[in-house]
Design a protein. Sequence first.
Length: 279
Amino acid sequence: MKEGINVLSLFDGMSCGQIALDKLGIKVDNYFASEIKPHAIKVAQDNYPNTKQVGDITKLNGYDLPKIDLLIGGSPCQDFSQANRKREGLQGVKSGLFYEYVRLLKEIKPKYFLLENVKMKKEHQDVISEILGVEPININSKLISAGMRNRLYWTNIPNIEQPDKVDIKLKDILTSGYTTKEKAFCLLESESRPQKTNWKRFRRWRKKGFVNIVFETPDLNLFKNRILNQTELERLQTVPDGYTKLLSRNDAACLLGDGWTVDVIAHIFKNIPITNKYL
């Protein structure tokens, strides 16, 4: 008898979806992960050794898989992101991989699906909505975490609403030090390539505003600041402490920046109608 659900996670990264399911106590029989980045696979397998890695999404045949109950994924955002001046949208090489998600959605016909992506031009958002047959819900992670990450979620999981606000601030997740900000900008590319000197970090923080630094003294001495450490980066994404322990701090920052804010995903997954027979 089937005890849990079968999940296919596309663009799986370090398996943030699996962390969310675990937090909720939703039993998983098989978690299939499509991922190609070695660091991401390494971290996922270290934490969830039973994960079944199925490789490159472009080579994956949905008909070869058992019945999938839940399809999840966040297709690459580079061609939608405001940080990319070209912004080729769905015609871009990376963000165009959305169509691979659609192909597999049609092949496996899961009971439920979830697609995540960044805020984008309305024209691109409308195309995705028309293809998936649902409108996205816009959730900012600042409601339930110490970071700010504004994302769109397309899903047929029923009754998704905005999460209740949790009073958590950046200072609450620091292992030491002081901050002037209530929330952190959640893991931009700059976190994986931080400025190397106190002055350069402070100048970028003061000029750009979105760089995350921590002051080491209560008087906020500009020459005594540091970058967020690995544990703090994990906490920003509501990932368990030590989850990325196999990686260097900068490699972890890159991987966490590509990942999901776990508690947002758990908020969505808690609405999956689970029965004794699991779907």
